[in-house]
Design a protein around this ligand. Structure first.
Ligand SMILES: Nc1ncnc2c1ncn2[C@@H]1O[C@H](COP(=O)(O)OP(=O)(O)OP(=O)(O)O)[C@@H](O)[C@H]1O
Length: 304
């Protein structure tokens, strides 16, 4: 039987993760350990401090940022298997990878010994290297996430459970003011010049932005990454495009270009904000090269 460890981000989902944990804890009967995160990247440190030789089921309670940190901490620790109890605002991880909702499901995973290796991506900029479990992107969507998280309105509205309103406000503001750029993208040696690009996202799994199936062909168990670029589209059509993503029609639009390959490099003609798994990862300056590929290291996913 595996050791059971919970990593909980009490701030995720505007406190929803903590509430879910408190409810679950009342039901738990067997042995387990749990840790609450206090700050960004604390989950990475907590996982790295665990004895790597004990077979462990790690349950990350939070949103995609929390699962991302738990997986990053578990790299090079093949005895650790990771699942999520989704409690954030986006929760794209749980749409593709193993997630649990109840004590019974957790006990089921504890009894099972099967786990499968999962690939994750690496994003390299001129200054830093990042990993991503779901996706990494630059442009409009990253700008929206960045502006929302910095917004005073988000904090104020969160008190009333209305944090999403701040997000929609930023979407409208960015729709009106965002300046598209030319992206030069090379995928497996083939170069594409994409003028008036709004954003580029490199995907390891289909979902981004909280349930938008932007990259239907992405599969984290294969050796490929998919790159989606949205370019040459009017501001209001872009809004409509976000609506069609939920039903998968966006792939038929001329403005949506999709590429598949083992690695890619790209440059932008004006600075663009970036994210990995929805967390800010710096700014790509005009002319600087960023690249992405799959890592040879894997993390282990328990199978239900
Ligand atoms: N105690 C804490 N207080 C505030 N932030 C924390 C704390 N612990 C971890 N974090 C950070 O919170 C961020 C968001 O976490 P996560 O994505 O899991 O939640 P979320 O509610 O889904 O947020 P998002 O709005 O990004 O989707 C992560 O970057 C994580 O490092």
């Amino acid at each position: 039987m595996r050791r059971l460890v919970f990593i909980i981000n009490p701030a995720a989902g505007n406190g929803r993760a903590l509430k879910k944990w408190e409810a679950l804890q009342k039901e738990l009967t067997g042995d387990y350990q749990f840790y609450l995160t206090n700050y960004t990247r604390h989950a990475v440190e907590l996982v790295q401090a665990l004895d790597p030789d004990i077979h462990t089921l790690l349950i990350a309670i939070g949103g995609d940022g929390t699962v991302h940190e738990v997986i990053e901490g578990a790299l090079n620790r093949p005895c650790f298997a990771i699942a999520a109890l989704s409690a954030g605002s986006g929760n794209d991880f749980g749409r593709t990878y193993t997630s649990v909702t109840s004590k019974d499901e957790i006990e089921g995973l504890l009894r099972l010994s099967e786990q499968v290796p999962m690939k994750l991506g690496s994003l390299q900029t001129t200054t830093s290297q990042y990993v991503f479990v779901n996706n990494a992107g630059f442009g409009f969507d990253a700008e929206v996430v960045y502006q929302t998280n910095r917004s005073l309105w988000k904090r104020r509205l969160n008190h009333f459970g209305l944090g999403k309103l701040a997000y929609y406000g930023v979407v409208v503001k960015e729709l009106l003011t965002f300046e598209a750029a030319t992206i030069e993208l090379t995928v497996d040696g083939q170069t594409h010049v994409l003028p008036k690009a709004w954003f580029l996202v490199v995907c390891n799994q289909p979902y981004f932005g909280g349930g938008m199936k932007i990259s239907p062909n992405s599969n984290p168990a294969d050796d490929m990454l998919e790159v989606t670029v949205v370019s040459d589209i009017s501001r209001w059509k872009l809004l409509l495009l976000f609506g069609t993503v939920f039903i998968g029609w966006h792939t038929k639009l001329q403005a949506v270009k999709q590429f598949s390959g083992q690695s890619c490099q790209f440059t932008v003609s004006r600075p663009m904000i970036g994210h990995t798994d929805g967390e800010y990862c710096g700014r790509l300056e005009a002319g600087q090269v960023a690249s992405a590929h799959l890592l040879s290291q894997t993390w282990a996913m328990p199978v239900k």
